[in-house]
Ligand binder design. Structure first.
Ligand SMILES: [Zn+2]
Length: 116
């Protein structure tokens, strides 16, 4: 999975607020090592890699820890919250409109349709 695919997938999953972390991971990717998967799990940004590399895996743990403090929607300061039964790292304003974001980022048109 290359950087563009990882960015696109994480956005599609509804976590555009974490794209800066995705970039950081690809910036630090050691030569010869491939990212297999990028995904959200337990409200953290996780990566699977194809080769064991203790130093890089320690860095990925640090990224996961940081993702637990960054709103996956807007990239602001977030915290772990349960949104409709899902663990999410999200800020309060984004959480308030969570029904629009389980399948993706908030869509301004949704608000217009709801008459907000
Ligand atoms: Zn937010």
């Amino acid at each position: 999975m290359d950087r563009a695919a990882a960015r696109s997938w994480i956005s599609q999953c509804g976590y555009p607020g974490w794209l800066a972390l995705v970039d950081e991971v690809y910036d630090r990717l050691p030569p010869g090592l491939q990212i297999r998967q990028a995904y959200q799990k337990w409200a953290e940004l996780r990566f699977d890699v194809d080769v064991d590399d203790a130093a890089f895996e320690a860095f990925l743990v640090e990224i996961a820890d940081r993702s637990a403090t960054i709103c996956g929607v807007c990239g602001g300061a977030g915290r772990r919250q349960t949104v409709e039964g899902w663990d999410e790292t999200i800020c309060d304003p984004c959480s308030a409109r969570a029904e629009t974001r389980i399948d993706g980022p908030p869509d301004p048109d949704e608000d217009a349709r709801r008459g907000r």
